[in-house]
Design a protein around this ligand. Structure first.
Ligand code: FAD
Ligand code: NAI
Length: 475
C-alpha cells in the first residue's frame, strides 16, 4: 500500500470524513486517520457526532419521546395503554445499534470512494520539501507523507474546575448517553443545547431534573420571544431551570453528587442528585496532534487558528470543524470539509456563515437561521416581524401539538428575510425551507406567494411570511 497521499485527513468525524470523501471525488489519493475505538477496540468512524453526540442523542430523544407520548398523550387520541413499561437497557442497546449503523455506513463510503483509512492517532512529525510526515500510532505504526493535510480533530467536553468527569457520577455527554437506569434525581450544569436535550431525555423517562445555568437569560443566543415560549413549555413539562446561579463546591461520593450553588438572589443552596451532567460547552481538541513539531498555530483557547477559508498558518495545512472558530455543529464541520477539498482542487468552495441553521431537538423543537430580533435591534437595522402560532395551524391541531410559532424577520425596506425562528413541532425540518430562502436572498413575500401543501406545518411558515405584511389568512 502506498504511504504517500495527495491529502491526509486527521480525524474521521463529520468534518474529516466528509472532507476525505469530497477530496477523493475530486480525484485525489486520500488517507483519513481516526483514533476512535468502539467497545471492542475496533474503529468507530464518525467522531463525536456519530459516537457520543448528534446520533445517539437523537436516538434517545426519539425513544424517550415515544415513551412520553405513550405515558401522557396517547389517551388524548383515544388509545389506552395498560402496563406501560420501560426497558432502559434495550433503549440504550437500540441507540448503540443506530450508532453502529452510522459507523458502518462511513466504512462503506470510504470503500466506495477509495479513501484509505488508518486506525490510530495521527501526529505531525516533520515538514520537508513541501510534504508533511504524519505518524499513525495504532495497533501498528505507520508514517504517511502528504502534500495537503486537513486537521479535523474535533472537541472535548469542558469540565468544571475541581469536578473532573468520572462518567459514573459526574458525566460528560459521553456518560449522559449511557446512564444504565433512570436516576431519581438528575442535576445538570448548563442549560445550553446538551443540557436541554439530555435533561429532556431523562425527564421523559421519569427523572426529577434540575438544570443550573450561570447566565441570567435563558438561551441568550436564541431570539428571546422564541426562548420565552420554549422556557414556558419546558417548565410546564417539569424541567426545573434555575438561571443566574453560581455553582460552588461539587462533592461526589457513593450515594451520588452534592452540588453547592448560589441562586440569583445570592442565597446559598445545596442539591443532592444521583447523577450530575456537566454541559458547559466544549473545547477544541489537539491532544496528540503535536502541532508544535511543525509550528501549527493555536489560539489562547487551544483552537487551531484559521482564516475564513480554513487555511492555517502553514502552507497546505487546513483545519475544519470543532477544532476551529465558529459554531460547533456537525453540518458546519461538513460544509467546511467540502469547501476545503474543493479549494485544494482549485475550486471556489464557500461556506455561508449567515445561513447555518441551528436546531435544539427538545419538545418543542427550537430551530433558527439568520439574525434574532435582539441582534437586529442592536445593529439598528429597520425590520418587520411576522409571527404565526401553531395553535392556528390545522396539521398541528391534528398532531395534537400546537405549542409555539414561526417568526420571520425581514428588512423593513427590501423585505429580504433576515432571520427565521421557530419553536414547535418539526422545527428541525421546517427550518430547511427558510435556509433555502435566505441562501437565495428571498423576500418574505416570495415565501408568502409560494403554494404550501395543506394541511402541513409548513403553512405556518407561509403564514408567518404573510404576517410580515400584516395579512395572515388563518389568524
Ligand atoms: P468530531 O466529531 O469531534 O470528530 C473528531 C474525530 O477526530 C474523532 O473521531 C476523534 O477521535 C478524532 N481525532 C482527534 N484527534 C485525533 C488524532 N490526533 N488522530 C486521529 N484521530 C483524532 N451538532 C449538530 O449539528 N447537531 C446535533 O444534533 C448535535 N448534537 C450533539 C450532541 C452532543 C451530545 C454533542 C456532544 C455534540 C453534538 N453536536 C451536534 C455537535 C457535533 O457533534 C460536532 O459539532 C461535530 O461532531 C464536529 O465534527 P468534527 O468533525 O469537527 O469533530
Ligand atoms: P452550550 O454552549 O450550548 O451551553 C453551555 C451552557 O452552560 C451555557 O448556557 C452557559 O451559559 C452555561 N455555563 C457555562 N459555564 C457555566 C458554569 N460554570 N455554571 C453554570 N452554567 C454555565 O454548550 P453544551 O450544551 O455543552 O454543548 C456544546 C456544543 O455542542 C453546543 O454549543 C453545540 O455547538 C453542540 N451541540 C449541538 C447540538 C445540536 O445542534 N442540536 C446538540 C448538543 C450539542
Amino acid at each position: 500500500m502506498s504511504k504517500s497521499f495527495d491529502v491526509i485527513v486527521i480525524g474521521g468525524g463529520p468534518g474529516g470524513y466528509i472532507a476525505a470523501i469530497r477530496a477523493a471525488q475530486l480525484g485525489f489519493n486520500v488517507a483519513c486517520i481516526d483514533e476512535w475505538k468502539n467497545a471492542k477496540g475496533g474503529p468507530a468512524l464518525g467522531g463525536t457526532c456519530t459516537n457520543i453526540g448528534c446520533i445517539p442523542s437523537k436516538a434517545l430523544l426519539q425513544s424517550s419521546e415515544h415513551y412520553d407520548h405513550a405515558a401522557h398523550h396517547f389517551a388524548d387520541h383515544g388509545i389506552e395503554v395498560k402496563g406501560l413499561g420501560l426497558d432502559v437497557a434495550k433503549m440504550l442497546a437500540r441507540k448503540d445499534t443506530v450508532v453502529k449503523q452510522n459507523n458502518d455506513g462511513i466504512v462503506y463510503l470510504f470503500k466506495k470512494n477509495k479513501v484509505t483509512f488508518f486506525h490510530g492517532r495521527g501526529s505531525f512529525v516533520a515538514a520537508k520539501d513541501g510534504l508533511y510526515d504524519i505518524k499513525v500510532a495504532g495497533a501498528s505504526e505507520d508514517t504517511l507523507s502528504g502534500k495537503h493535510v486537513i486537521v479535523a480533530t474535533g472537541s472535548n467536553a469542558r469540565a468544571l474546575p475541581g469536578a473532573p468527569f468520572d462518567e459514573e457520577n459526574i458525566l460528560s455527554n459521553d456518560g449522559a448517553l449511557r446512564i444504565g437506569a433512570v436516576p431519581k434525581k438528575l442535576g445538570l450544569i448548563g442549560s445550553g443545547v446538551i443540557g436541554l436535550e439530555m435533561g429532556s431525555v431523562w425527564r421523559r423517562l421519569g427523572a426529577d431534573v434540575t438544570i443550573l445555568e450561570g447566565l441570567p437569560t435563558f438561551l441568550g443566543a436564541v431570539d428571546q420571544q422564541v426562548a420565552k415560549e420554549a422556557h414556558k413549555a419546558f417548565v410546564k413539562q417539569g424541567l426545573k431551570i434555575e438561571l443566574g446561579v453560581k455553582v460552588g463546591e461539587i462533592k461526589s461520593g457513593k450515594n451520588g453528587v452534592s452540588v453547592a450553588w448560589t441562586n440569583a438572589k445570592g442565597e446559598a443552596q445545596t442539591i443532592d442528585v444521583d447523577k450530575l451532567i456537566v454541559s458547559i460547552g466544549r473545547t477544541a481538541n489537539t491532544l496528540g496532534l503535536a502541532p508544535e513539531t511543525v509550528g501549527l498555530k493555536l489560539d489562547e483557547r487551544g483552537a487551531i487558528v484559521v482564516d475564513e477559508e480554513c487555511k492555517t498558518n502553514l502552507p497546505n495545512v487546513w483545519a475544519v470543524g470543532d477544532v476551529v472558530r465558529g459554531p460547533m455543529l456537525a453540518h458546519k464541520a461538513e460544509e467546511e470539509g467540502v469547501a476545503v477539498a474543493e479549494r485544494i482542487a482549485g475550486q471556489h468552495g464557500h461556506v455561508n456563515f449567515n445561513t447555518i441553521p441551528w436546531v435544539i431537538y427538545t419538545n418543542p423543537e427550537i430551530a433558527w437561521v439568520g439574525q434574532t430580533e435582539e441582534q437586529l435591534k442592536a445593529a439598528g437595522r429597520a425590520y418587520k416581524a411576522g409571527t404565526f402560532p401553531f395553535m392556528a395551524n390545522g396539521r398541528a391541531r391534528a398532531l395534537g401539538d400546537t405549542t409555539g410559532m414561526v417568526k420571520m424577520l425581514a428588512d423593513a425596506t427590501t423585505d429580504e428575510i433576515l432571520g427565521v425562528h421557530i419553536v414547535g413541532p418539526f422545527a428541525s425540518e421546517l427550518i430547511a425551507e427558510c435556509v433555502v430562502a435566505m441562501e437565495f436572498r428571498a423576500s418574505a413575500e416570495d415565501i408568502a406567494r409560494i403554494c404550501h401543501a395543506h394541511p402541513s406545518l409548513s403553512e405556518a411558515t407561509k403564514e408567518a411570511a404573510l404576517a410580515v405584511d400584516k395579512r395572515t389568512l388563518n389568524f
